[in-house]
Design a protein around this ligand. Structure first.
Ligand code: ADP
Length: 458
């Protein structure tokens, strides 16, 4: 910044001098050098406070006269001017007493080429060039211009109690002067550097934190996506398997009946039973998958109207009467009398209950008890389906309601399922303004509860 400021000042000085010489050239166009015109030029050119004009023979054309010591100095200076300088129309800076003078050959006068010795005015230079150039460059630090003996020529602000930071030299146009940077009190460069370091480190740490968070989020996203892809492919495999089994059974028993290879009427009835049961299972599975796909596509609609829960619960259990009995389940159904009406889509609630009963059967081992109760608790009706089966670890309670999710293969091994049953139950119940909860412990059994709100009496 200091170098840039010094360069700017130097450029401005050279430009100022260029303009001053052009002005002087205009002022000496008369056949005789007219002192008034040069005086007028001097008034417009504050960067010089003295001007001397000589012709090539060494005759002083302006001012009319000079003091003895002045004349000696000027004569010595003129002595240094080589003829080549005259011919080239040269321009250079020289030291004159304590000041810097610009020696320049001015052309265009009828008297031939003239030599101008222009002595700089420190004040004029400060006001006209330095101040104008350095204004606006001030940041936190103070910029100052010093002369050869460290005297302050210009400072934007008082320098007392400021700390010197660095100094840079100007070029040839300002030979002994220098530009210095000062830090105001309390803004020591060390403090500034420390502050910047702290800021930089904080920003860096923040940036690293954001990057780490981003990486973590992407990792989680990728893991979730690949988990979802795995679950989907499991789902397809499970559904295909679930479809194949009942179809194979129906076909096998159907063919046996067709070929009339049934020993007696009781066996025949049993075979019809198997076919009916397996087709029911097939229907349930297909309904589940279709409903699930409608939910995923946002196309599922429920027809919700006020109605009684009691027949719905009984019908749902009744559909399982045969498999329950056949697999040796004891079922205890208890529906509180005078349950209030609730808003419900009968078929959807039946499907939710069927999924819960189906699970209770699937995930029961030796203790084959299933309880179904419906009762009013406060502002809601609760339907509970409980079993004494394998149970579910607490950490899985939330996840089992996610689509495609099935608990680790070992527990569900040999148990058919698609992993969308509970997701469907949750969707149906929530569409009714209710919720579904689970209470379960491994080895003890599970209790799923559907909470349905009782509407305010109109
Ligand atoms: P699935 O078709 O696998 O039964 P669900 O969505 O119905 O899918 O259930 C998700 C998972 O929750 C099941 O795979 C099973 O591990 C567990 N689960 C559901 N109901 C029960 C239950 N009554 N007892 C033990 N585990 C259950």
């Amino acid at each position: 910044m200091a170098n840039m400021a010094a360069e700017k000042v130097e450029m401005a000085v050279l430009k100022g001098e260029e303009a001053a010489c052009a002005g002087l050239q205009l002022a000496i166009l008369d056949p005789h050098v007219a002192p008034e015109r040069i005086e007028a030029w001097k008034r417009q050119t504050p960067i010089f406070d003295r001007a001397y004009l000589f012709d090539r023979s060494g005759k002083l054309l302006y001012p009319a006269q000079v003091s003895e010591p002045e004349a000696t100095t000027l004569a010595a200076l003129r002595g240094e001017i080589a003829p080549g300088f005259w011919d080239r129309g040269g321009r250079r800076h020289v030291r004159l007493e304590e000041q810097v003078a610009l020696v320049s050959v001015i052309q265009g006068s009828p008297l031939g080429r003239l030599l101008a010795i222009l002595v700089r005015s420190e004040q004029g230079l400060r006001r006209d060039i330095i101040e104008k150039t350095l204004v606006g460059l001030e940041g936190q630090s103070v910029v100052a211009v010093l002369d050869g003996s460290d005297r302050v020529i210009y400072a934007a602000r008082p320098l007392e109690r400021s700390q010197h930071v660095l100094t840079v030299a100007f070029g040839e146009a300002l030979p002994s002067w220098r530009l210095a940077l000062y830090a105001p009190a309390g803004v020591s460069p060390r403090d500034a550097v420390r502050r910047q370091t702290v800021l930089f480190t904080a920003v860096l740490i923040l940036l690293l934190g954001v990057i780490a968070l981003g990486l973590g989020a992407s990792y989680r996203l990728v893991r979730r996506e690949s988990e979802m892809a795995r679950l989907k492919s499991d789902f397809v495999a499970n559904v295909s398997h679930d479809l194949k089994t009942p179809v194979a059974l129906i076909r096998m028993f159907g063919e046996t009946l067709e070929m009339n290879r049934v020993p007696n009427e009781a066996t025949r009835r049993e075979y019809y039973g198997v076919i009916a049961r397996e087709s029911e299972r097939l229907t349930r599975l297909i309904d589940n998958v279709l409903d699930f796909s409608r939910i995923e596509g946002g196309r599922q609609r429920y027809e919700i109207a006020r109605g009684h829960l009691e027949p719905v619960v009984h019908e749902a259990i009744e559909a399982f009467r045969y498999p329950l009995a056949q697999q040796g389940f004891k079922v205890h159904v208890e529906v509180e009398p005078d349950l209030p009406e609730v808003a419900l889509d009968t078929e959807a609630i039946k499907q939710a209950l069927a999924n819960l009963v189906d699970n209770a059967m699937k995930y029961s081992d030796a203790r084959r008890h299933i309880g179904v109760t419906a009762r009013r608790v406060g502002g809601e009706v609760r339907i509970e389906i409980s079993d004494e089966g394998i149970g579910i670890a607490a950490r899985e309670h939330a996840r089992i309601f996610e689509k495609f999710y099935r608990i680790g293969r070992s527990e569900t091994q040999g148990r058919r399922g698609s992993g969308v049953g509970l997701a469907l139950v949750k969707h149906i119940v929530e569409a009714h303004g209710g919720r579904v909860t689970v209470d379960s412990r491994p080895g003890e059994g599970s209790r799923f509860t559907i909470h349905l709100p009782v509407p305010a009496v109109p």
